[in-house]
Design a binder for this molecule. Structure first.
Ligand code: NAD
Ligand code: 89V
Length: 338
């Protein structure tokens, strides 16, 4: 399969490394309107075709899929161009700026008959997959309560300065992943209520969010996120889990320690591997980039809908919108109204 990538910024370097690791895939074209970033990525990854204009790249064609690694404002126009050009699409999160755009993007890919997957990679992290395997196997019975927690004081703003500048921050950028993990464990949500705070006065958006979800199957989950938490050990970028089921409990604690208690207790170290191009503490996220991109390729080959497809991600994005609405109104929001 031949691919093209648009947006040669901070995170795309991981995506380009991961594409290089996947058998049978070659990235043949790159696009970025920033010439320095474009040329640097082209040189690092030995990619000859380079473009400053995505429309020109699609017009020239010669690839089966596009990887959209730009920030959110450009996602809808690029995804629509890609669908018109008749290529499969993998698009970074946040999928879209609002539900209307996201629905239009899903529709565009459906009309074109092409796969559209969102690069929603946190549920693909191997410690999360290890916990999902335990829950899906029925070992702890029916999960009725969960907490999915991401609390850190890590400086994300030096690598991603735009995160300090938006009206929205933690729910849209990070909470979106943690809400998606909650969906992976407990299914879709019916209702959500949220509170937010901004503790860091040097940024525009909220950096603390606490969300309570009622899931359609009856489970309740607490999704809590913070970039204002000074603690040792610093756990960035680990998502921690506490799940109570009818037959036992599961904990994913700091340091990737998984504990499953039923009639007995089993402890397991589920630390992710550090890939040759990865570096700590990002290795957890970096490994999931490889896993999710492999899933995209496997699904296209098998003609299957990806687990984190565009259509699926509408439900995660709806949770983000509902959480902001809840925090601004001080009320519980029904997902049916989003
Ligand atoms: P970035 O600003 O470093 O890079 C984005 C690049 O896209 C820039 O080089 C910019 O010039 C280019 N670009 C923007 N619009 C363009 C257009 N229309 N045509 C051509 N080039 C264009 O951003 P980043 O930190 O790499 O983030 C990119 C996306 O990845 C964001 O949506 C972010 O939320 C997401 N992200 C995801 C993860 C994850 O774990 N899934 C982690 C970090 C970032
Ligand atoms: O995964 C992300 O989207 C990143 C970070 C982990 C820093 O929040 O922006």
């Amino acid at each position: 399969m031949k691919g093209a990538l648009i947006g040669c910024g901070f995170f795309a370097q991981n995506q380009l490394n991961a594409w290089r690791d996947i058998d049978g895939v070659e990235i043949v074209a790159l696009c970025d309107r920033d010439a320095d970033r474009l040329n640097q990525s082209a040189e690092t990854f030995s990619i000859e075709r380079t473009y400053s204009d995505a429309a020109q790249m699609f017009a020239d064609g010669g690839f089966d899929f596009v990887d959209v690694a730009t920030t959110v404002a450009s996602h809808r126009p690029i995804v629509e161009m890609a669908a018109k050009a008749g290529v499969h699409i993998i698009c970074q999160k946040p999928f879209a700026e609002n539900m209307q755009d996201a629905r239009a993007m899903v529709q565009a890919a459906q009309t074109a008959g092409k796969t559209l997957m969102v690069h929603e990679n946190f549920r693909w992290q191997s410690p999360i997959q290890a916990a999902l395997n335990v829950v899906r196997s029925g070992t702890i019975g029916e999960p009725f309560f969960g907490r999915v927690s991401f609390r850190s004081g890590y400086d994300v703003f030096s690598g991603q300065p735009y995160l300090a500048e938006g009206e929205r921050f933690i729910i849209e950028d990070l909470g979106i992943h943690i809400l998606d993990i909650s969906r992976a464990f407990f299914g879709d949500a019916k209702k959500i209520s949220a509170t937010t705070r901004r503790m860091n006065q040097n940024i525009k958006g909220e950096d603390v969010a606490t969300m309570l979800l009622s899931h359609e199957g009856g489970a309740t989950s607490v999704v809590d996120c913070s970039y204002a938490t000074q603690r040792m050990p610093e756990t960035f970028p680990q998502s921690l889990l506490e799940i109570d089921g009818t037959k036992g409990t599961l904990r994913l604690d700091a340091g990737y320690q998984l504990t499953v208690q039923t009639t007995d207790e089993k402890k397991q170290d589920v630390s992710p591997p550090v890939l040759p191009w990865a570096e700590k503490p990002w290795h957890n996220i970096q490994e999931s980039v490889l896993t999710i991109q492999q899933h995209f390729v496997d699904c296209i080959k098998a003609g299957k809908e990806p687990e984190t497809s565009g259509a699926d991600n509408l439900k995660t994005l709806a949770l983000v919108e509902a959480a902001y609405l809840s925090a601004s109104q001080g009320s519980t929001i029904s997902l049916a109204d989003i």
